[in-house]
Design a protein around this ligand. Structure first.
Ligand code: XMP
Length: 514
C-alpha cells in the first residue's frame, strides 16, 4: 500500500501479530505486516517510520529459528522488539538469553526503574502486563540497559542507551496489558514521530484510482455473497468503473431467509450494479443429498460453486478480471505470506476459483481489517444493517445443519434462525454480539404440545463475542431473552420441539458446529 508513512511489523509468527497492526491502525497510522526475512535495504525508505519485531512461538535457540537481517539495526529507525522480537535482538546483538522449557503465560507486574523512557511516558512505575514466553533474558547486549523487571523475567524491558531501540518481554497489543495502547501510542507518535493521517476517505480515493488504472476498459466479474466483504468490494469497484463490473450472486439454496431478495433489492435496484442472480439450489442440494460428512459437504459445495460460477462467467465471455473481497487477515493467514505462523484453521470459501478460471485477480480490500472495511462500506452508502451484519460462512447453512441436508431442514433452520436474529435486533442485542445463529441438530427428542406427544428435532442457539474470530467467548444473553426466543421457535417452527444454548468458548470449541 502506498502511504506517506507506515509502521512495519516483521512477523515472527505470533498469534498476536495481527493485533499489533490493528492497534496501530486504530491510531490512524498505517501499519503493515511483512515477512521476518525482509532485507534491511528494502526497509531503508522514508515512508517507513518505525519497525516492530513481533512475538513468535519459537525459541531463538531452535534450529531454523527465524532470524533478522542485522543491518536493520543500523538503519537508525525506531525499533520495538516484542517477546520473541526482544529475545532475538538480545541474541543477535550479543546479550545472554536463557532457554527455557516452561512457558510463562498470563498476567505479571512490570516494575519500571523509572518512566523516563519515552515508551513509558505518562505511566506508573508498576504496570499490569500480559506475558507469553519461554526463553528469557539474563543480560542485555552491550549498549543496552535493563529498565524494567518482573518476578519471572529479570529483564522485562530494555532500551538502547543512544539509539531508538526498545525491547519488551510482554505483549502491549493484548487488552490484558493495562496500558499497552498508551505504550504503542508512545512508540508510534513519540519515538517514530508519525502523524495520525491514515483515513478511510484517502483509502477510497486511492483505491478508486488504482482500480481504474489496473482495469483500464476491461470487464470485472465479482462473486457477491451478500456478506460485508464482497458487498463493499462491489460498491468500491462500481464507484471506480461503473458498468464494467458485473456481479454474480449464486444462491446455493442454503442462504438465510429471504437473502436472495435482499441482495437483489440492495444491489440491483438500490445501487444500480449489474447483478446476475442465479438460483442454483437444485445443483447444490442435488449433489448434497444424503451426504452427512462435514468435509465432504464442504468439498461438494466448493466444487459446485466453481462449476456454477464458471458457467455464468462463460456466458459473459470470461471478463479479464475476477474481483474478490479478500481482507488483510486472509492475506496474512495464507501460508504463502510468511514462514513461521501456524495455521489454526483453513477456510474453504471459493478456493481454487482464480486458478481454475484463469482470470486476473482484483482484490481492493486486501490491505484492510474488517472494521475498516465496514467504515468504507458506510462511507460508500451501503445500508447499515448490511454493513454491520454478522459474518456468514460461504457454505451457508450447510455448516449449521448437522447430518444430511434437504430442503425441509433448510426451511426449518431458516425459520428458527430468522426468529433468533430478528429478536436480537428488536432487543438491541444484535450489535453487542459478534456472531449469532441457530444450528439444526440431527437429533430428535420427545416433547409435549397441547395434549399431544411430539417427536421433533433439537435446535441449538449460538452467540459469541470476539475481536478476531480466532478466539471467542459465548455471549451472556439475558435468560428472559433466551426464554422468549425458545418459546417462539418451538411454537412457530414446525419441526423443532426443543431449544438449547451453546455455552462453549473457542477454544476448545469452534464457532460453527459443522
Ligand atoms: P470457526 O468455526 O472456525 O469459525 O470458529 C470462525 C469464523 O469463520 C467463519 N467460517 C467461515 N467463513 N467460509 C467463510 O467465509 C467458511 O467456510 C467458514 N467456516 C467458518 C465462521 O462463521 C466464524 O465467523
Amino acid at each position: 500500500m502506498q502511504v506517506s508513512e507506515k509502521i512495519v511489523i516483521l512477523d515472527y509468527g505470533s498469534q498476536y501479530t495481527k493485533l499489533i497492526a490493528r492497534r496501530i491502525r486504530d491510531m490512524s497510522v498505517y501499519s503493515e505486516i511483512i515477512p521476518f526475512d525482509t532485507k534491511a535495504a528494502d526497509l531503508d525508505r522514508s515512508d517507513i517510520k518505525g519497525i516492530i519485531l513481533s512475538g513468535g512461538p519459537q525459541s531463538v535457540f531452535a534450529s531454523g529459528a527465524p532470524q533478522i537481517d542485522p543491518d536493520i539495526f543500523n538503519l537508525n529507525k525506531p525499533i520495538l522488539g516484542i517477546c520473541y522480537g526482544m529475545q532475538l535482538i538480545c541474541h543477535v546483538l550479543g546479550g545472554r538469553v536463557e532457554a527455557s522449557e516452561d512457558r510463562e503465560y498470563g498476567p505479571a507486574t512490570l516494575k519500571l526503574e523509572s518512566t523516563s523512557h519515552v515508551f513509558f511516558e505518562g505511566l506508573n512505575l508498576n504496570q499490569k502486563v500480559w506475558m507469553s514466553h519461554g526463553d528469557r533474558l539474563l543480560e542485555p547486549p552491550s549498549g543496552f540497559r535493563a529498565i524494567g523487571s518482573s518476578d519471572n523475567a529479570p529483564i522485562t524491558a530494555m532500551a538502547h542507551r543512544d539509539r531508538p531501540i526498545l525491547a519488551i518481554q510482554f505483549h502491549p497489543e493484548v487488552s490484558h496489558t493495562e496500558h499497552g495502547a498508551q505504550m504503542l501510542s508512545n512508540f508510534v507518535f513519540k519515538m517514530c514521530s508519525c502523524r495520525a493521517s491514515w483515513k478511510m476517505f484517502d483509502f477510497i480515493e486511492d483505491s478508486v484510482n488504482a482500480i481504474r488504472e489496473k482495469v483500464g476498459d476491461s470487464g470485472v466479474l465479482l462473486g457477491l455473497s451478500g456478506g460485508v466483504d464482497s458487498s463493499v468490494a462491489a460498491v468500491l469497484i462500481h464507484r471506480a468503473i461503473g458498468d464494467q463490473l458485473t456481479c454474480v450472486f449464486v444462491d446455493h439454496g442454503m442462504m438465510r431467509k429471504d437473502e436472495m431478495n435482499e441482495v437483489v433489492t440492495t444491489f440491483r435496484s438500490g445501487i444500480g450494479i449489474n447483478l446476475i442472480a442465479v438460483d442454483a439450489s437444485n445443483d447444490f442440494l442435488g449433489q448434497l443429498k444424503d451426504v452427512d460428512d462435514p468435509e465432504e459437504k464442504r468439498k461438494i459445495i466448493g466444487r459446485t460453486f466453481i462449476e456454477v460460477f464458471d458457467r455464468e462467467a462463460s456466458k459473459l465471455n470470461h471478463p479479464e478480471f475476477l474481483a474478490q473481497g479478500t481482507l488483510y487477515p486472509d492475506v496474512i493467514e495464507s501460508a504463502t505470506h510468511h514462514g513461521p505462523a501456524q495455521t489454526i484453521k483453513s477456510h474453504h470459501n471459493v478456493g481454487g476459483l482464480p486458478d481454475k478460471m484463469n482470470m486476473k485477480l482484483l482484490e481492493p480490500l486486501r490491505d484492510l481489517f474488517k472494521d475498516e472495511v465496514r467504515q468504507v462500506g458506510r462511507i460508500l452508502g451501503l445500508p447499515d444493517p448490511l454493513v454491520s451484519r454478522h459474518p456468514f460462512p460461504g457454505p451457508g447453512l450447510a455448516v449449521r445443519i448437522l447430518g444430511a441436508i434437504d430442503r425441509e431442514s433448510v426451511r426449518v433452520l431458516q425459520e428458527a434462525d430468522d426468529i433468533f436474529i430478528e429478536m436480537l435486533r428488536s432487543h438491541q442485542l444484535y450489535d453487542h454480539v459478534s456472531q449469532a445463529f441457530a444450528v439444526l441438530l440431527p437429533v430428535k427428542t420427545v416433547g409435549i404440545m397441547g395434549d399431544n406427544r411430539t417427536y421433533e428435532r433439537v435446535c441449538a442457539l449460538r452467540s459469541v463475542s470476539t475481536n478476531d474470530f480466532m478466539t471467542a467467548d459465548w455471549s451472556r444473553l439475558p435468560h428472559e431473552f433466551l426464554a422468549e426466543v425458545s418459546t417462539r421457535i418451538v411454537n412457530e417452527v414446525a419441526g423443532i420441539n426443543r431449544v438449547v444454548y451453546d455455552i462453549t468458548s473457542k477454544p476448545p470449541g469452534t464457532i460453527e458446529w459443522e
